[in-house]
Design a binder for this molecule. Structure first.
Ligand code: FMN
Length: 210
């Protein structure tokens, strides 16, 4: 079983990445194989709003997101982390969220696009969200990530982790908010528990059926 971690911090050794690594560490302890993708090392441009993915199920932008689509499809569960930036997720994380849009399967009915029955390539997979911040707007950022998971009809395994850290030093959260570190470990365990149950129920790739 493979759990994929997506790190949205633009900083090296960021607080949100630290919590995400803790979640993946505990997922590994539960027997999962894990992989961490650092969005800061990837070239991912924002969605250009061309809408062609409604019909093609593919994004025409040729950048590192193409490789990430394959990893998302192969994963049995997903944990995503981001810092709070102006009460939302970081820009690199937002670009990732927008570009995931092409994984949603639409069909045309009476000249209007509606969700197909399978909804998303990620449908039925378990997911969890992690955000860090200093104080204001952290919950709003967490809701952006939880919305992303729900939009893909993923299974929200946990209300999510909100870590608080006043220091601007990367990684300072491990001293300032030990509870968030424990919660991240709990989230990692929850995603694996759900992945075990849900992977057995999933009927395979939507792409194969499209
Ligand atoms: C551009 C920018 C905007 C930020 N906006 C907020 C904010 O709205 N609310 C907040 O609580 N913290 C805010 N912060 C603080 C970061 O969320 C906080 O330092 C976080 O722990 C950084 O996580 P990271 O180390 O994973 O990047 C902001 C930081 C930056 C650089």
């Amino acid at each position: 079983m493979k759990i994929l971690g997506i790190a949205g911090s633009p900083r090296k050794n960021g607080n949100s990445t630290l919590l995400l690594k803790e979640a993946l560490r505990s997922a590994e302890q539960e027997g999962a194989e894990t992989e961490l993708i650092l969005l800061r090392e990837k070239d991912i441009t924002p969605c250009d709003g061309c809408w062609t993915c409604f019909k093609t199920y593919k994004c025409h932008i040729k950048d590192d997101m193409q490789e990430i689509y394959q990893k998302l499809e192969a994963a049995d569960g997903l944990i995503i982390g981001s810092p709070t930036h102006i009460s939302s997720v970081s820009s690199i994380c937002q670009a990732f969220l927008e570009r995931s849009r092409c994984l949603i399967r639409m069909k045309e009915e009476d000249e209007v696009f509606v969700h197909s029955d399978k909804v998303s390539l990620l449908m039925g997979k378990p997911g969890g969200s992690i955000v860090t911040g200093r104080r204001r707007g952290v919950q709003t950022a967490l809701e952006v990530l939880n919305f992303f998971l729900l939009m893909h009809r993923m299974v929200l395994t946990h209300a999510g982790v909100a870590g608080f850290c006043q220091s601007t030093k990367p990684g300072a959260i491990k001293d300032e908010d030990k509870y968030a570190v424990e919660m991240a470990a709990e989230l990692g365990r929850a995603v694996v528990t759900y992945a075990r149950k849900l992977t057995a129920d999933r009927t395979g790739s939507v792409l194969e059926k499209a």
